[in-house]
Design a protein around this ligand. Structure first.
Ligand SMILES: [Zn+2]
Length: 432
């Protein structure tokens, strides 16, 4: 099931040629109309007429979230305000807002790309789509709304909140697809239980989830409890909103809409490309945006490009689900370590609980990393031999994954403090 087969299955060579042409016109656009980029290009003496390969991208400057804030509200727009038909804004966690704008054509492309992702997930014009994302300055609600309409589906623009009413409407209007955050989907499942409603008796078949990181385990739980197929999609306001990437029915990574976005995965410290398949920071250059093009925007999101081709036939590269933020990265003995790598190793080993703490210290000018991991009672109180075998297994697997030696300490179930955020699972005692 394709929305635009010709584009989604474009041979890589043709795709790269298209990307290069679109990159050139984007550079011309920002170099001419956006003083911020004009100044940067002049400083770096970037002559984009001489661009003849996608690798030349690496000569271009990065765009940071702070650049968007510094140019609040309209400083980075590449068209006069009279050509803007929509404005969105995100407040961000630090309070200072960023503003993005769209021309008529941008809205058309945006809707189309979201329709692509909905179609890839299995939705058709026959679906009834309940959008439980907030409507307003946030791009999630409107982005999915226009995309679902473009697909021809029946849209219920219920917005976020009031879970009981959401469920009532879901039941009465025979909703077939739910759009929200994955955690809200689980909340709905809880409230359905309270209301004594069997989710499997509803018309619901699909869940399109995004706007926050989630795990494969969470997907299984949602699918099982709501009796649906859920898929992941990715986007961010600074680049467009939802519609940047999304899973097809194979659910093996998110296809990136590469004819509209040029992506790089870079080491967040050196800003050099990581080896194929390695985790790094996702950096995005828009290729078709008119009002608000961005060059090498550093998303701070961690992902990796998955190897191989997808059986669905789409030629667009696939990225893994978002694996955290660059702020989570630790540098230990000069090696980049991501807490998600440790977590995934622990998940795979029987007997270890998914609760852990990572402690980083510096002794005699040398970094030392200790992973404290909760183990099930039967092992903790078992003979020393079994404990030692488990410690060895965890150590060996972590060394293979991270490339460095890690100390492992087993602790009794429920002894580590529980946190919501991943970042707080790391205690860095080094004063760097
Ligand atoms: Zn696919």
């Amino acid at each position: 099931m394709y929305w635009e087969q010709e584009k989604e299955c474009l041979p890589r060579e043709d795709l790269e040629q298209l990307q290069l042409e679109r990159l050139q016109s984007t550079l011309y656009r920002v170099g001419t109309h956006v003083p911020f980029y004009r100044k940067k290009f002049n400083e770096l003496k970037v002559d984009f007429d001489s661009f003849n390969s996608l690798d030349d991208l690496r000569r271009l400057p990065f765009t940071m979230k702070q650049d968007l804030r510094d140019n609040y509200p309209y400083g980075l727009f590449a068209v006069p305000l009279r050509e803007i038909v929509r404005v969105h804004s995100s407040s961000g966690t630090t309070g200072m807002a960023t503003v993005v704008g769209y021309t008529k054509n941008d809205i058309k492309n945006w809707s189309n790309l979201v329709a692509r992702i909905l179609c890839a997930a299995g939705l058709t014009a026959d679906d009834v789509v309940q959008i439980a994302f907030g409507y307003g300055l946030f791009t999630g609600g409107f982005g999915l709304h226009y995309g679902a309409e473009r697909l021809g589906a029946s849209v219920i623009p219920i917005s976020s909140g009031n879970t009981k009413r959401q469920i009532q409407i879901m039941q009465d209007f025979k909703t077939t697809a739910l759009v929200c955050t994955p955690s809200y989907a689980l909340k709905m499942a809880d409230v359905m239980m309270e209301m004594d409603i069997n989710p499997h008796g509803l018309s619901l078949r699909y869940g399109l989830f995004g706007a926050e990181p989630w795990s494969e385990a969470m997907r299984s739980e949602i699918n099982e409890r709501l009796g649906i197929r859920s898929s992941d999609n990715y986007g961010l306001s600074e680049v467009m909103g939802p519609g940047v990437a999304g899973e097809c029915r194979e659910c093996n990574g998110l296809h990136i809409n590469e004819d509209h976005f040029l992506i790089e995965v870079l080491d967040p410290k050196t800003l050099e490309p990581v080896a194929p398949g390695e985790i790094g920071e996702l950096v995005i250059t828009t290729l078709t945006k008119e009002a608000f093009p961005v060059i090498r925007y550093r998303t701070r999101d961690l992902t990796r490009i998955l190897p191989g081709t997808c059986p669905c036939g789409r030629t667009f590269a696939r990225m893994s689900r978002i694996m955290g933020r660059t702020d989570d990265m630790l540098i230990i003995k000069g090696v980049n370590v991501f807490p998600i790598q440790i977590e995934s190793v622990l998940f795979d080993i029987e007997g270890t609980e998914p609760h852990y703490r990572i402690i980083v210290e510096r002794e005699n000018n040398e970094d030392k990393i200790t992973v404290m991991v909760e183990v099930v009672e039967s092992i903790f109180f078992d003979e020393m031999k079994k404990q030692r075998a488990l410690v060895d297994t965890v150590k060996r697997r972590l060394a293979a994954e991270l490339g460095i030696h890690v100390e492992v300490k087993l602790v009794e179930e429920k002894t580590l403090e529980r946190f919501d955020g991943k970042g707080s699972r790391v205690i860095d005692k080094r004063q760097l």
